[in-house]
Design a protein around this ligand. Structure first.
Ligand SMILES: NC(=O)c1ccc[n+]([C@@H]2O[C@H](COP(=O)([O-])OP(=O)(O)OC[C@H]3O[C@@H](n4cnc5c(N)ncnc54)[C@H](O)[C@@H]3O)[C@@H](O)[C@H]2O)c1
Length: 282
């Protein structure tokens, strides 16, 4: 099936970024969220990013209009009947994703691939919520999507080779570099990244250093472009906590225990950049 229209479920930081990159690479996009206000917030984020690109003379004003014009907003999963390929990028919560995939399976045409941008949840289990497990795959973009080249492509137990290949080719058509990973908690990226971020939160919790000092050590000492606490704020502390819980449940090892301070911040609604406060204030 030729892919012309991409459905994106979830218009948060990742969903809006995926919609933007798809539209910039010639696809029609349907961007879905549960409320108009969330769809509008997604459009504002895209517009902001495009305005920055116009200012830097990466794209013209006319191109900005074309990209925005290629994206249609939606608050009904039924609209996904128009999609030739779906990327789900809703909140990192297993029960929610299973529910969304069951609904997508019913709404989407036969043969349409349903991918998830999940950071850690089992693709095999998500596929089990549908009647088309061979057409379910992980398509894990990095944040911020317009800037980051990597897309991990995750093969669930039942994912067919054709589904994997189509998804890999789509990532290339979206200007990204696909890397394959097998279906284990956190895949490759978050299995390595998230325990490091969690350890940085422990270092803060135990008073080893201030957020600034912890981040400075990792930037200057390890040549990381961003410190782990600033990166956690960018990712979203709710997402970080959820990924640690998937690692802890999936591997059953105490080394994946989420730091109590991370839990506390999430309880307080301090989710990082998206809520204006995390380890830093925005
Ligand atoms: N933040 C990151 O750095 C990052 C990186 C890679 C992957 N991811 C993954 O991407 C996904 C989204 O993360 P995010 O950072 O964009 O989160 P976010 O909180 O910014 O956005 C999530 C969006 O999903 C929407 N949503 C919730 N239930 C929905 C439903 N039933 N239908 C449609 N939309 C629904 C919410 O309203 C919200 O707008 C998660 O699975 C996350 O693990 C995040």
């Amino acid at each position: 099936m030729e892919i012309k229209t991409i459905g994106v479920v979830g218009a948060g930081q990742m969903g809006s970024g995926i919609a933007q990159v798809a539209a910039m690479n010639g696809f029609e996009v349907i961007m879905n969220d549960i409320k108009d206000a969330f769809v509008d917030r997604g459009f504002s984020a895209i517009e902001k990013s495009l305005v920055r690109m116009v200012k830097k003379e990466i794209i013209s004003e006319a191109r900005k209009g074309e990209v925005l014009g290629a994206i249609e907003g939606s608050t009904s999963v039924e609209d996904m009947t128009k999609a030739d390929f779906v990327v789900e990028a809703a909140t990192e919560n297993e029960a929610l994703k299973l529910q969304i995939f069951t609904a997508l399976d019913q709404a989407c045409r036969e043969g349409v691939i349903l991918s998830s941008n999940t950071s850690s949840i089992s693709i095999t289990r998500i596929a089990g919520a549908t009647r088309r497990p061979e057409l379910v795959v992980g398509m894990h973009f990095m944040n911020p999507v317009p800037m980051m080249k990597l897309v991990e492509i995750i093969k669930g137990l039942a994912t067919s080779d054709a589904t994997f290949e189509t998804t890999r080719a789509l990532a290339l058509d979206m200007g990204k570099t696909p890397v394959p990973a097998n279906d284990f908690p956190g895949f490759i990226s978050n299995r390595i990244l998230m325990p490091m971020i969690n350890e940085a939160v422990y270092a803060l919790f135990e008073g080893v250093g201030t957020p600034e000092d912890i981040d400075q050590v990792m930037k200057l000492g390890m040549n990381h472009p961003m410190g782990p606490l600033a990166l956690a704020d960018l990712i979203g502390l709710d997402t970080c906590l959820s990924i640690m819980q998937v690692l802890q449940n999936g591997f059953g090892e105490s080394k994946y225990r989420p730091c109590p301070l991370l839990k506390k911040y999430v309880d307080a609604g301090w989710l990082g950049r998206k809520s204006g406060k995390g380890f830093y204030t925005y």
